[in-house]
Ligand binder design. Structure first.
Ligand code: HPA
Length: 251
């Protein structure tokens, strides 16, 4: 079964024929909400909006451990994470969609591993490539074949939020190598790796990062909303193509 983790602007998935909603209890507490389970073209898919169905959970308060554990427990074998981002690199313009390939983590105070507690051995996962290379390649191949325009690669800087950044912070993350900024893919991606769950991420650029482009002085949330709506329609179309092409083989 495919897992889809939706972000801002993707709290429901119209193309999913819903079979049921499942409340999953986990040793790590409550996920962001019930998981919606259904089918796209007959292929089973589990959908979980990480901010909750009503978009009420801020990035630092998301129970990432419970979310990933719940998807794994339901039999999910591959996760596509969708995240809205601010564009740092010049070609990361509002409306662009990137299949990320790297990550910088600036978050703090989030529960970021399953390997803590007295009875769990200290474990250091390999995270050289934070997204599953095979899943990335397949997403790019399907997109190319169906005429969806995707940017191949991008380094995501995960910020603590919930506030947006200062212009100086964006200059700093750019010097560090970031192409886009968001608030939610860490520790999510690392937890997926700890569970051995193939995970790839689609970053949807919804605004120029602080101090860039036409957001020299401020970022307009009205503008973000407008771009989000159009871009998430494109993301859903891409995911539908991907699920259809992959059949029952997420990973
Ligand atoms: N910064 C951080 N997270 C974001 C942004 C941004 O500019 N846009 C959407 N998510």
């Amino acid at each position: 079964m495919f897992g889809i983790l939706g972000g801002s602007g993707l709290t429901s998935f119209a193309e999913l024929e819903i079979d049921r909603r499942e409340v999953v209890r986990t040793p790590w507490g409550e996920p962001s909400g019930p998981v919606t389970i259904g089918r796209i073209d007959g292929v089973p898919v589990a959908f979980l909006p990480r901010h909750g169905h009503g978009h009420t959970i801020p990035p630092h308060a998301i129970n990432y451990r419970a979310n990933l554990h719940a998807l794994k427990a339901l039999g999910v074998e591959g996760v596509i994470a969708v995240a809205s981002v601010g564009g740092v690199r010049d070609d990361m313009q509002p409306g662009a969609i990137a299949v990320l390939d790297q990550m910088l983590d600036y978050t703090w105070g989030r529960d970021s591993t399953y390997f803590d507690g007295p009875e769990r051995p200290v474990t250091h996962i390999d995270f050289t490539l934070p997204y599953d290379p095979a899943l990335r390649e397949r997403l790019l191949a399907v997109a190319g074949g169906e005429g969806h325009v995707l940017i191949d690669g991008g380094c995501y800087a995960c910020m603590q939020g919930p506030r947006l950044e200062t212009a100086a912070e964006i200059d700093r993350v750019e010097r560090d190598g970031a192409d886009v900024v968001g608030m939610t893919l860490m520790p999510e991606a690392a937890l997926a790796r700890e569970l051995d769950l193939p995970y790839a991420a689609l970053a949807v650029v919804v605004n120029h990062a602080a101090g860039r482009g036409d957001s020299k002085h401020s970022i307009s949330t009205t503008e973000i909303g407008r771009v989000l709506e159009i871009a998430m329609g494109n993301v859903r179309a891409l995911i539908v193509s991907f699920v259809r092409e992959s059949g029952a083989h997420p990973a």
